[in-house]
Design a protein around this ligand. Structure first.
Ligand SMILES: Cc1cc2nc3c(=O)[nH]c(=O)nc-3n(C[C@H](O)[C@H](O)[C@H](O)COP(=O)(O)OP(=O)(O)OC[C@H]3O[C@@H](n4cnc5c(N)ncnc54)[C@H](O)[C@@H]3O)c2cc1C
Length: 325
C-alpha cells in the first residue's frame, strides 16, 4: 500500500495548491505508515520535480513527451490509474482544480474507487472506517462521506490545508505510461488567457463588490484596492448580469467558487447563493451600510458604513502602511 499524489503543473511549474495537496497526501501516508509517491505529467524540469520532496514525496514519477504535453482528461486519468496500480497505491490524491475535478471520477472508475472531491480536511480513520469532510450542495453545506472501497480518490480544495515542509528529497523516475487512441478523443489545442490579472480561483485575496456600488463607473476604487493588495476582483451575479462586470468575475452557486485567505465583500447583501461560492474563505470582511445585511452573520470582520466612504479610507490606510513598511 502507498499514497499517490498527482502533481499538476501550470506551464511547467507547481502552484501553492499543489504543495498543499502534497502536504495533505503526506499526512495521509503518515496516518497509514506508508510511502508517498508523486506523479507529474507534462514537461517539468528536474529541479521543479525534485522540489516535491520538500513536502514529503519520496519518489516522483515523471511522465513527459509531446503526446501528453497538454492536459487530456481521459489520457491523464489512464496514466495516473496505471501508476497507482503499478505502485500499489490505494489512495490517490489530487488538487480540486478544474483538471482535478475532471480527473477524480475518471480515475475512480478505472480503479473501482470511492471518490471524495471537494475535500476540506484530513480523512478520519477510526475502527476501520475512512471518512472525509467535503463541500456539498454547491458549497452551502459540508458532507461527511465514508469511502468503504479498498481504493480511494480524494480531491483537496485549494487553501484548505497548510503547506508543510518536511525537508526531504525525492528520487525522480521516468514513467512510461500506456495510453490508447480512445484516450485522445477530445484534446486541448491551445489555451488563451482572457486576462493577465490574478486568476480568481487561485487568488489568495479577493476584493468583491455587489449592487451596492450603484454602477460600473464606481469600480475604480475596487480595482485600486485589489491592485494594492495583489488581489483578484469578483462580483455578485446581478452585477455581471447587468453587464457592469464580466461573467468571469461572478462568484457563487451559479458562478465561480473561491477559497481565498481573505474575501472582502463590498455592498453585497450575502444571499445564500452568493455565500455558496465563498464558504471556504479563511477570513471574510464585509462592508455594508445595512447592519442587518445577512453577510454580517458569516463575517469575521464587519464594517457598517457607506462603501463610498469606507473603501477610500481603506485604500489610504493600505497606501500609508505600504509607504511605512
Ligand atoms: C437560482 C439562483 C442562483 C443564484 N446564483 C447566484 C450566484 O451564484 N451569485 C450571486 O451573487 N447571486 C446569485 N443569485 C442571486 C442572489 O439571490 C442575490 O440576488 C444576489 O446575490 C444579490 O446581489 P447583491 O448582494 O449584489 O445585490 P443586493 O441584494 O441588491 O444587495 C446590495 C447590498 O448592498 C448594500 N449597499 C447598498 N448601498 C451601499 C453602500 N453605499 N455602501 C455599502 N453597502 C451598500 C445593501 O445594503 C445590500 O445589502 C442567484 C439567485 C438564484 C435564484
Amino acid at each position: 500500500m502507498s499514497v499517490l499524489i498527482y502533481a499538476e503543473n501550470a506551464g511547467g511549474t507547481f502552484k501553492k495548491s499543489i504543495f498543499e495537496a502534497v502536504s495533505y497526501a503526506k499526512a495521509i501516508a503518515d496516518q497509514n505508515n506508508t510511502n508517498l509517491i508523486a506523479i507529474s505529467i507534462g514537461n517539468v524540469s528536474a529541479g521543479e520535480l525534485a522540489s516535491l520532496g520538500k513536502y514529503g514525496a519520496q519518489k516522483v514519477l515523471n511522465v513527459s513527451g509531446d503526446k501528453l504535453k497538454n492536459f487530456v482528461n481521459q489520457a491523464y486519468a489512464s496514466v495516473i490509474a496505471e501508476a497507482a496500480k503499478k505502485e500499489g497505491a490505494n489512495i490517490v490524491v489530487l488538487s480540486n482544480t478544474f483538471s482535478g475535478r475532471g480527473l477524480a471520477p475518471r480515475i475512480g472508475v478505472k480503479l473501482e474507487a470511492g471518490v471524495a472531491d471537494g475535500a476540506v480536511a484530513l480523512p478520519e480513520q477510526n475502527g476501520g472506517k475512512f471518512t472525509v469532510k467535503k463541500t456539498a450542495f454547491s458549497g452551502k453545506a459540508f458532507a461527511i462521506v465514508e469511502l468503504s472501497s479498498a481504493n480511494k480518490v480524494i480531491a483537496l480544495v485549494p487553501n484548505s490545508y497548510k503547506v508543510v515542509e518536511t525537508g526531504g528529497s525525492a528520487q525522480i523516475e521516468d514513467f512510461a505510461a500506456e495510453t490508447k487512441e480512445s484516450d485522445f478523443k477530445a484534446m486541448i489545442k491551445e489555451i488563451v488567457r482572457s486576462t493577465d490579472k490574478v486568476s480568481l480561483p487561485d487568488a489568495e485575496i479577493v476584493v468583491s463588490a455587489g449592487r451596492g456600488l450603484k454602477g460600473p463607473e464606481n469600480w475604480g476604487m475596487v480595482e485600486e484596492l485589489a491592485g494594492l493588495l495583489g488581489a483578484a476582483t469578483a462580483c455578485s451575479k446581478p452585477v455581471s448580469d447587468a453587464g457592469w462586470r464580466p461573467h468571469s468575475e461572478h462568484v457563487g452557486q451559479t458562478g465561480i467558487a473561491v477559497s481565498p485567505n481573505l474575501y472582502i465583500a463590498i455592498g453585497i447583501s450575502g444571499a445564500i447563493q452568493h455565500l455558496a461560492g465563498i464558504s471556504s474563505s479563511k477570513v471574510i470582511v464585509v462592508i455594508n451600510k445595512d447592519p442587518e445585511a445577512p453577510f454580517f452573520k458569516v463575517a469575521d470582520y464587519g464594517i457598517v458604513g457607506d462603501a463610498f466612504e469606507v473603501v477610500p479610507q481603506l485604500i489610504a490606510a493600505v497606501k500609508a502602511y505600504k509607504a511605512s513598511a
